[in-house]
Write a protein of this length. Structure first.
Length: 259
């Protein structure tokens, strides 16, 4: 009799658990590191299930799921949207790094040498991939994954499961995160772009002075060497810039649905 009671109790808890699972699953789809396609799908699903179980024990008594299917399906979709927004907000800063690598690669002539990036499930510039891997390590060392889970936990107190509405979409917060991502891309790419521009100006003066010099064969190695040298020199400063931008981005993600 007790087993039947326990099974019936578990069945009544399933709708509430599925709401939590939808929010956690939406986060894992877009979140840095967690949503990487390099991690097997089964492992990501297992992570979502286990993390949802842990969070369900914390928030199960704070809400009650809709009792009918007509109310449960929109609530489930709303929870998925909340998770997607949280993951997307954290992923935007890494999109800025990919853009920085693309800008530099186009200027120094290596944009055609793209590689497959499993994190974005598509082709990516070599420098963009390098920036992404470097900053992903910084993200993990600084505890960005823990801060992201903390933002997920805080979202349950800001938006109770099943209460999300399209009117509460954090458009302003996502726009601010996108602006910060573009600003970070410029800060990453600016030293190399300025150096390449000065090298191009210098080579144009040399071409006027020595017309016999084949600037096409000389220009590409000079631009690539100049950009590489400047990137090595400025790597420490741009990593510090990413560290400060990451802290602000994670705080902004935590406030997307909060005060």
């Amino acid at each position: 009799m007790s087993e039947l009671f326990d099974i019936s109790r578990l069945i009544t808890l399933l709708p509430a658990y599925f709401l939590v699972l939808a929010r956690v699953g939406g986060l894992i789809i877009f979140a840095p590191f967690f949503g990487s396609a390099a991690i097997p799908l089964r492992l990501r699903l297992a992570l979502a299930v286990i993390l949802s179980l842990a969070l369900f024990t914390l928030v199960s008594g704070t809400f009650s799921p809709p009792s009918d299917l007509a109310g449960f399906v929109p609530a489930l979709l709303g929870e998925l949207v909340v998770g997607l927004i949280l993951g997307l907000g954290a992923a935007l800063i890494f999109v800025g790094l990919r853009l920085a690598g693309l800008l530099i690669g186009q200027q120094i002539g290596i944009s055609l040498a793209d590689v497959f990036d499993p994190s974005f499930e598509g082709r990516s510039a070599i420098l963009g991939r390098l920036f992404f891997l470097l900053t992903l390590v910084i993200f993990l060392l600084l505890g960005g994954h823990r801060a992201l889970i903390g933002a997920l936990i805080g979202s349950f107190s800001s938006v109770a499961p099943g209460t999300f509405s399209p009117a509460s979409l954090p458009v302003t917060g996502l726009t601010a995160l996108l602006s910060d991502a573009y600003l970070l891309a410029i800060r990453f790419a600016a030293p190399a772009l300025v150096a390449v521009f000065l090298a191009a100006v210098s080579m144009s003066f040399i071409a006027r002075t020595v017309p016999q010099l084949n600037m096409i064969s000389v220009g590409f190695p000079v631009q690539i060497s100049t950009a590489t040298l400047v990137l090595i020199i400025s790597l420490g400063s741009v990593c510090l810039a990413f560290q400060s931008s990451l802290g602000r981005a994670l705080q902004s993600v935590g406030r997307l649905f909060g005060p």
